[in-house]
Design a protein around this ligand. Sequence first.
Ligand code: GCO
Ligand code: MG
Length: 414
Amino acid sequence: MTEPGTPSSRGSRIVDARVIVTCPGRNFVTLKLTTDDGVSGIGDATLNGRELAVASYLQDHVCPALIGRDSSRIEDTWHYLYKGAYWRRGPVTMTAIAAVDTALWDILGKVAGLPVYQLLGGRAREGVTVYGHANGRDIPEVVDQVGVYLELGYKAVRVQVGVPGLPVVYGVSDDKLFYEPAVAGAAPTEATWSTERYLHHVPALFEAVRDKYGFDVRLLHDVHHRLTPIEAARLGKRVEEYQLYWLEDPTPAESQEAFRLIRQHTTTPIAVGEVFNSIWDCQQLITEQLVDFIRATVVHAGGITHLRRIFNLAELYQVRSGSHGATDLSPVCMAAALHLDLAIPNFGLQEYMRHSAATDEVFPHGYHFADGYLHPAETPGLGVEIDEELAARYPYSAAPLPVNRLLDGSVHSW
Ligand code: GCO
Ligand code: MG
């Protein structure tokens, strides 16, 4: 029998493990692994607003342990890092594990000469349906923006609108295609929130969009964890007639039971999971069928290996995937997500926020958008690289996510 890590096992050895931090407009952390055969693979390790914690976790605690390991032992390495750390789960640990896992899948694909989706079981659909973000300060502006996305070929659009009386609202920005909530500076900026004003205003947005464009386009909305379960239930019930494809993060999910209350009151489909790190964060949500879409991502939920496990569990309960794809996930994560999206049986929808030109230059990639679908590259591995020389020209620059307060000054979920 071959022992893990002995010279007689088959794969090539990891000889270099490096963390690259770059800020081409926003911060990204990337892990690059190289084998003794000269093959390199990369993984995204970006945790918005907490980037350097993951960089240190990798650099100081993980990279030294990777040197000499067999790059083909992906599952073994996953458990080596998860069980071996003793301290399980959490966004920092699981993002670091994700980066290693993603880089190893990239290497495996390059060694095999196949795009990663072929290693995951092959194509289960022709393309990955994606949704874009239409937003505006008021309802007419959002309605116009939906038109822009439909013109681009999108089959699904998320809509977010400003709320009268609130100066800044999540999801609304001047820069329409490249929304970025993290704000440069040492300390977080602060936003204000009123649940009453929001609940009063937002149903009219869906009414206006349906009036103008009908029911052919999939319509989505992100509540961003701001409501209590009963408030979320009320919103879901109120907007049933507009047939949302999903209502996202209606309430914080630390308590999975909370979703039972929402379910009892509404048939509006629920999506959740962008902040989840492991299968344990959504086990009850899935097995009790309390949600319809699970939005965990490769980068924050333990890589391709662990996210596939989550989606496999979800498939048993008719819960579909809906992975997070905001701009704070690098093109490396997007590429990895697309390979998984293409191969799983229970794919639902993939979020796609475009990266800026500077980011695309640092991470040259072969995935591309056409007619509402994204298609991963057909080249071996993930089909995305990092231009290290260019990356070095953009040093890290602190940019925390905002803090949110109610009108009386109480801290609220952002
Ligand atoms: C989304 C998300 C993001 C998050 C961001 C935080 O659905 O796209 O809610 O926009 O706010 O990822 O860093
Ligand atoms: Mg969201």
